[in-house]
Design a protein around this ligand. Structure first.
Ligand SMILES: [Zn+2]
Length: 217
């Protein structure tokens, strides 16, 4: 069983580590049927990081040369099990809207064992991506993002970071790529703590730069 890092008991120092967000899904208290409706739990924890340790924002630099000297305290989310990537990424809440061309998309999503369908009505279907394989924690199964289908016409994807959104869009391309259109991504405003004042400030996140492309001179 994977343990969320909330067992840390020391002082919380914005220059000494990260605030980390985790979402879990668990069956409703007292429900005897494991297929019964459940609930989402959102938790935050503090992760101390040494200055020479790799930064949890995903830059590839050390913490001391990256986020430690910054004035703003950017939060991260935890991604254990997302293949080929570091365990953490910068928190960037975002959603994608995707037109759906064929009703078959719904059936194909229902067939994908990586997705847990928690609502299934003619108007709306809702899945949670639980990772591959799913990660059981002491608070429930970890959620890596949501997929909602409305009226078999539109998919809404929500994710906490660029890495998670990429993972979900790749999954959709694999599962029902023939039946869906191009995603439109929107970013939520970020709420970040100013280390000097302790107050929350807002920032509009930028879309990630296109990878592998460089301007010719
Ligand atoms: Zn960093």
């Amino acid at each position: 069983m994977f343990e969320t890092p909330e067992t840390y008991k020391g002082p919380i120092d914005p220059d000494g580590g990260f605030l980390c967000f985790v979402t879990c899904w668990r069956p409703q208290a007292g429900a005897s049927d494991p297929e019964a409706p459940g609930e989402k739990l959102q938790m935050s924890s503090y992760i101390p990081v040494a200055p020479d340790h790799v930064c949890l924002c995903g830059s590839g630099k050390t913490f001391g040369a990256c986020c430690q000297p910054k004035r703003l305290w950017y939060p991260v989310c935890h991604n254990p099990g997302i293949p080929g990537e570091a365990g953490y990424s910068l928190l960037k809440v975002q959603s994608a809207t995707i037109p759906v061309i064929g009703a078959i998309a719904r059936l194909e999503l229902m067939d994908d064992i990586r997705l847990n369908c928690v609502e299934d009505t003619p108007e709306r279907a809702f899945w949670i991506y639980e990772g591959d394989p799913a990660i059981q924690t002491s608070h429930g199964i970890m959620c890596f993002g949501d997929i909602e289908l409305q009226h078999n016409r539109t998919l809404y994807i929500t994710a906490l970071s660029d890495l998670r959104m990429r993972t979900l869009l790749n999954l959709l391309r694999e599962t029902c790529g023939r039946w869906i259109g191009k995603p439109q991504i929107q970013y939520d405003v970020m709420h970040i703590i100013d280390k000097r004042t302790g107050k929350s400030v807002t920032r509009q996140p930028e879309a990630p730069a296109a990878r592998g492309r460089r301007r010719k001179r």
